[in-house]
Design a protein around this ligand. Structure first.
Ligand SMILES: *[C@@H]1O[C@H](CO)[C@@H](O)[C@H](O)[C@H]1NC(C)=O
Ligand SMILES: *[C@@H]1O[C@H](CO)[C@@H](O)[C@H](O)[C@H]1NC(C)=O
Ligand SMILES: *[C@@H]1O[C@H](CO)[C@@H](O)[C@H](O)[C@H]1NC(C)=O
Ligand SMILES: *[C@@H]1O[C@H](CO)[C@@H](O)[C@H](O)[C@H]1NC(C)=O
Ligand SMILES: *[C@@H]1O[C@H](CO)[C@@H](O)[C@H](O)[C@H]1NC(C)=O
Ligand SMILES: *[C@@H]1O[C@H](CO)[C@@H](O)[C@H](O)[C@H]1NC(C)=O
Ligand SMILES: *[C@@H]1O[C@H](CO)[C@@H](O)[C@H](O)[C@H]1NC(C)=O
Ligand SMILES: *[C@@H]1O[C@H](CO)[C@@H](O)[C@H](O)[C@H]1NC(C)=O
Ligand SMILES: *[C@@H]1O[C@H](CO)[C@@H](O)[C@H](O)[C@H]1NC(C)=O
Ligand SMILES: *[C@@H]1O[C@H](CO)[C@@H](O)[C@H](O)[C@H]1NC(C)=O
Length: 438
């Protein structure tokens, strides 16, 4: 190999930070030395290019690198290999063949802006028995196959990043049950199945083509241990037999979809669920009929007009409630009667011109209130009680004409002059994927 063209760096690990991989793991593995080859030209590697019995971490950055089979054979302790952004074709992604102790493999972003590949399947013919983290993001992959007759190449995989590819249906590769973190964002999925991934903790399906969360298309049933589920920026219109059995779910984000209602009964048995986000859908009515333990509910940018005494009655543990960017005109005096733990309430960018007297008599923990961008003309139409525990009141962009200081408690800071540039708080609808790809 022509090393005279290379910048060779032996560095500490802080520069290896990587989105998909928990830095602590990399830091431990690459503690003492990492070989970074920053090549200005194309380069070729074979088994004699790098020889080291102690080296554990290698980073190669180049244009058009050719890595021959067994190139890392003489680096027997190699655990971390980062080959991102080298414009390697899909056919050659795993050209190095077996690496027996490899734990982290970063092969993402071969598909850079200059090199927009056609979608392609990749075939894996070697085995990586200790591999835990695999990053294959942004490579135009449509499917992953295993060379005929081979065993599962990744029996120990825990993290798999396939975001930004061209996957539209279930993979031919059977994913191992060891998988805990799976990122499938930014693909073309409308149907998918998750085999026996019963140890999966986190699943991301943002920016796909999912029309419905229905077990016939997207089957979450095997995911009994799932804690975080994000399916934002899809085209979900309805849900049926989908999330009801995810009894370990803690975080659910279905923002930026086409839901006109959300049946909270679906999450009735998810006792560990804490955060639910449904921003930027078309939900016009909230009346949560079943008791839920959730602490955060986000309904920004929907079409809610009225908040009634029943709306949130069943959410006794609510601490943060986001209702920004709706069309709320009426808030019933008893709307928050059960929210004794509520700390933050976002009502900015609605159509409110008054709040009923006593509206906050039960919310003794409320310390943050955002009422910016409404139609209030005075503070007295909001504050009836100088014992209100609110310490920060955002009241920008209201047609306030007069302020009566006697309703303000000494602990409260009122913000009247907001940043005008923050005016259009993101109620922007996403561009449908069909348009993005032309
Ligand atoms: C790094 O070097 C120190 C001191 O030589 C050693 O104790 C430690 O085990 C090494 N760490 C790794 C990951 O090799
Ligand atoms: C690698 O080289 C390119 C130019 O060839 C330079 O822009 C980049 O900063 C270098 N990266 C490192 C980590 O030295
Ligand atoms: C790679 O691993 C497979 C399965 O363990 C083995 O059959 C094959 O001989 C190995 N290839 C090399 C080049 O070591
Ligand atoms: C998974 O990796 C561990 C070491 O990290 C190893 O002991 C174990 O055998 C591997 N499992 C499989 C199925 O290869
Ligand atoms: C779930 O998401 C939260 C942040 O929303 C994060 O702190 C937590 O680590 C995630 N859990 C898993 C298993 O990824
Ligand atoms: C839900 O997802 C959207 C889109 O990615 C994000 O902007 C928002 O912060 C998420 N909400 C929560 C509560 O995590
Ligand atoms: C709330 O949590 C408690 C204990 O964590 C549990 O016993 C109860 O069933 C949960 N209630 C709901 C409605 O999820
Ligand atoms: C909202 O409440 C007002 C006043 O109580 C009522 O006239 C109106 O019909 C309600 N609108 C909706 C959509 O429920
Ligand atoms: C200011 O508010 C106090 C308490 O609500 C009220 O008693 C007083 O009349 C108000 N003053 C004016 C000038 O409106
Ligand atoms: C309050 O709401 C306004 C209007 O949406 C927004 O610009 C501002 O950032 C919010 N304030 C805080 C502290 O979140």
């Amino acid at each position: 190999m022509k090393l005279f063209l290379a910048t060779v760096l032996i560095v500490t690990v802080s520069s290896l930070a990587s989105g998909a991989i928990e830095l602590a793991d990399v830091a431990n593995i690459c503690e003492n030395e990492t070989l970074i080859l920053n090549l200005s030209n194309s380069a070729e590697f074979d088994r004699n290019s790098i020889v080291s019995s102690t080296l554990r971490c290698i980073v190669i950055r180049s244009k058009y690198v050719n890595i021959k089979e067994s190139s890392f054979e003489n680096v027997p302790n190699l655990k971390y290999l980062d080959l991102r952004r080298n414009v390697i074709s899909n056919r050659n992604l795993f050209s190095f063949g077996n690496i027996s102790h490899l734990k982290i493999l970063n092969l993402g972003y071969q598909d850079d802006s200059e090199n927009n590949y056609n979608s392609e399947e990749i075939t894996i013919s070697s085995k990586y028995p200790e591999l835990e983290y695999l990053d294959l993001a942004h490579n135009s992959i449509s499917d992953i196959r295993v060379y005929w007759g081979s065993e599962n190449p990744f029996p120990n995989l825990t993290h798999l990043d396939l975001s930004g590819n061209k996957i539209y249906s279930p993979l031919s590769l059977t994913l191992p049950p060891t998988l805990t973190h799976f990122d499938l964002s930014n693909n073309r999925i409308s149907k998918f199945s998750f085999g026996e991934l019963n140890n999966l903790l986190s699943l991301k399906l943002d920016y796909n083509n999912i029309n419905a969360l229905d077990h016939r298309y997207i089957d979450f049933k095997p995911l009994k241990n799932l804690e975080n589920l994000s399916v934002t920026n899809n085209e979900i219109k309805y849900m049926r037999n989908s999330i009801e059995n995810l009894v370990n779910l803690r975080y659910l984000n279905l923002s930026f979809n086409f839901l006109s209602d959300f049946d909270f009964k679906m999450i009735e048995d998810l006792h560990l669920l804490e955060e639910v986000a449904l921003d930027s859908n078309s939900i016009d009515d909230v009346s949560i009929s079943v008791p839920l333990n959730i602490t955060t509910l986000s309904l920004n940018c929907n079409r809610i007009i009225n908040i009634t005494a029943n709306s949130f009655y069943n959410l006794k543990n609510l601490r943060r409630l986001f209702l920004s960017g709706n069309m709320i005109q009426n808030i019933h005096e008893n709307s928050f009667q059960n929210q004794k733990l509520l700390e933050e309430l976002y009502l900015d960018n609605n159509d409110l011109n008054y709040l009923p007297p006593y509206w906050c008599q039960f919310t003794k923990k409320l310390r943050y209130l955002n009422l910016s961008g409404n139609r209030f003309t005075s503070l007295e139409s909001v504050l009836y009680d100088s014992n209100l525990p609110v310490t920060q009141l955002y009241f920008e962009r209201n047609p306030v004409t007069y302020i009566n200081g006697s309703v303000i408690s000494p602990e409260m800071t009122i913000f009247l002059n907001g940043d005008i540039t923050s005016y259009m708080r993101s109620c922007i609808k996403k561009v449908p994927l069909g348009l993005m790809y032309g």
